[in-house]
Design a binder for this molecule. Structure first.
Ligand SMILES: [Zn+2]
Length: 526
């Protein structure tokens, strides 16, 4: 690369017709180029580029000469074998990975970010903290260990309390659902490649029934809405489910617990009238921002995706829905960026994007206006005028999926999770075996006060114990020796700090019991 840059070779380009380009590459013995050209749609001419003795086809544009590249803004990262066109039946080729930036500073910032990301990698921390594992018999699905499942249930309990307080009802719907419903919802036609199909030999039936594991909860929620007559007085109806879904993702796309095949959404659908969209939107944005704040995320932004080219519905209904979402954002005290044409074919949406501690963006929350599914699945309510009307459905999620959000939480905090959500909050470590009884007593008192505490009575040096529990990201270690036994105190060491503090047993129980209380409950009691 450096040599090429120093040569300052001028870049030359010509437009060739396809036949000439194919003949050129055939003669040079480059079958992959020939195949690429054949796969370029249409019969347009191709652009060929040269610099020095190098030649390739490219859409361009290119620089005027190779000397215009910064000599210190790139880095070759790795090489790997890759099947031609990602197809395992085709030959294996070598792929060279590299990154390039405008200048050395941008490159350095990127490399630092990668280093930071590797240190925080939730797969590595997941092992060190004994949170979960995955194995090849269940690709893209998670075996949650007790520590990881504690984080999961703690987060789910928190979300359940918040939803209940915000006027949601919680439901639960089936995992295996007959294809008829997926045909009616449109998923069978448009989403089938992501669905796990399950064939069942029903007793006495001549044919197998064909079912699918649900990839989304929405059609099932409409089934609940459709039971019994609904009136305008029932709206808005906020129906929530911690909905377990399965989606087929190619194995190459899977990534730790962030991108999986089996996951649970903090899903809800708000059935409402068109003129309730704005108020419900505002209410949801406030709900979501309070939750992100509790979980330690203060940097996030809102994207408003508007009508795409291919769409259904009238221009008036799009105007209305887009401005309802925009007004909701403003009323909730936030700003939005517009993503022209990025909405779904049936309605506009808001997306909520978190920026993590090392500057990476994560789209987590969403709020989507949908008049289409109620129409397809024949949902209706009786209006004030006594006539039947279609409700609007707002699809919304705050975390997205628990699995992915926990991955983000782990990486955001480098495993040092907020105390209330940390799986092992306190380890009481005995310095000498004569302090064992007291250590056990301290642990029992903490447990009784609602703190997740364990005792470490192993015959190991205290420094060894501290090191090991620090790797496990235990936020607080209470060391107790003979002095602590006599004074009924504990020596408190917080994760990431080198100094220790002495506290009386009674005081530390009060302090930690308060820290262990989830933020929403703390607000209620204080
Ligand atoms: Zn939905």
């Amino acid at each position: 690369m450096k040599k090429i840059i120093n040569l300052r070779d001028p870049v030359r380009t010509e437009v060739w017709d396809r036949a000439r380009a194919i003949a050129h590459y055939e003669q040079k013995g480059e079958p992959y180029k020939v195949e690429l050209i054949a796969s370029i749609p249409g019969n347009e001419d191709l652009r060929m580029y040269w610099h020095g003795d190098w030649q390739d086809l490219c859409r361009g544009p290119h620089l005027q000469n190779t000397g215009q590249l910064p000599a210190d803004g790139f880095k070759l990262m790795s090489i790997a074998g890759a099947y031609w066109r990602g197809d395992s039946t085709r030959p294996m080729l070598q792929r060279i990975y590299g990154v390039a930036f405008k200048n050395r500073e941008d490159l350095k910032a990127h490399l630092t970010m990668l280093e930071e990301a590797a240190k925080r990698d939730h797969r590595k921390l997941g092992r060190e903290m004994d949170l979960f594992h995955m194995q090849e018999e269940a690709p893209g699905q998670i075996f949650w260990h007790p520590n990881g499942w504690t984080i999961y249930t703690e987060l789910q309990d928190y979300m359940r309390r918040r939803q209940r307080a915000d006027g949601y009802v919680e439901v639960n719907t089936p995992q295996v659902v007959n294809r008829k419903l997926w045909e009616a919802s449109g998923h069978w036609e448009n989403y089938q490649e992501h669905m796990f199909i399950v064939e069942v030999d029903e007793e006495h039936a001549r044919e197998k029934t064909i079912n699918a594991l649900k990839p989304m909860n929405c059609p099932c929620h409409v089934q609940i809405f459709n039971v019994g007559l609904k009136s305008y007085r029932d709206l808005p109806l906020r129906m929530a489910e911690f909905g377990s879904c399965n989606r087929y993702e190619p194995s190459g796309a899977l990534h730790g617990i962030m991108r999986v095949r089996g996951f649970t959404q903090d899903d809800a659908h708000i059935f409402c009238t068109e003129d309730q969209i704005e108020d419900e939107g505002k209410k949801f944005i406030r709900f979501l921002s309070a939750i992100y704040a509790d979980l330690g995320f203060d940097k996030w932004r809102i994207k408003l995706s508007t009508r795409p080219e291919k769409r259904i519905g009238t221009e008036e209904s799009w105007d209305y829905a887009e401005s309802a979402l925009a007004n909701a954002v403003k009323a909730a005290g936030h700003d939005y960026e517009i993503f022209e044409g990025e909405g779904a074919f049936y309605g506009p949406k808001l997306e909520f994007v978190l920026t993590d501690a090392i500057g990476r963006d994560w789209q987590c929350g969403t709020l989507q206006v949908d008049p289409n599914l109620p129409e397809r699945l024949d949902a209706s309510y009786i209006g004030q005028d006594g006539a039947k009307h279609r409700p609007i459905m707002l699809h919304r999620a705050c975390l997205g999926s628990f699995e992915r959000f926990i991955g983000i939480l782990i990486e955001e905090h480098s495993g040092k999770l907020p105390f209330w959500i940390a799986p092992r909050q306190v380890v009481v470590a005995a310095i000498v075996s004569d302090a064992d009884d007291y250590a056990t007593e301290v642990c029992a008192a903490l447990t009784a006060a609602g703190v997740r505490a364990e005792v470490d009575l192993r015959n190991e040096k205290i420094n060894y114990k501290i090191r090991e529990h620090s790797v496990g990201k235990v936020p607080v270690i209470l060391a107790v020796g003979m002095r602590e036994v006599e004074d009924r105190t504990v020596s408190v060491r917080r994760l990431g700090e080198t100094k220790t503090e002495m506290e009386s047993l009674a005081a530390i129980i009060d302090i930690l019991a308060l820290e262990a209380t989830p933020p929403d409950l703390r607000r209620v009691t204080s």
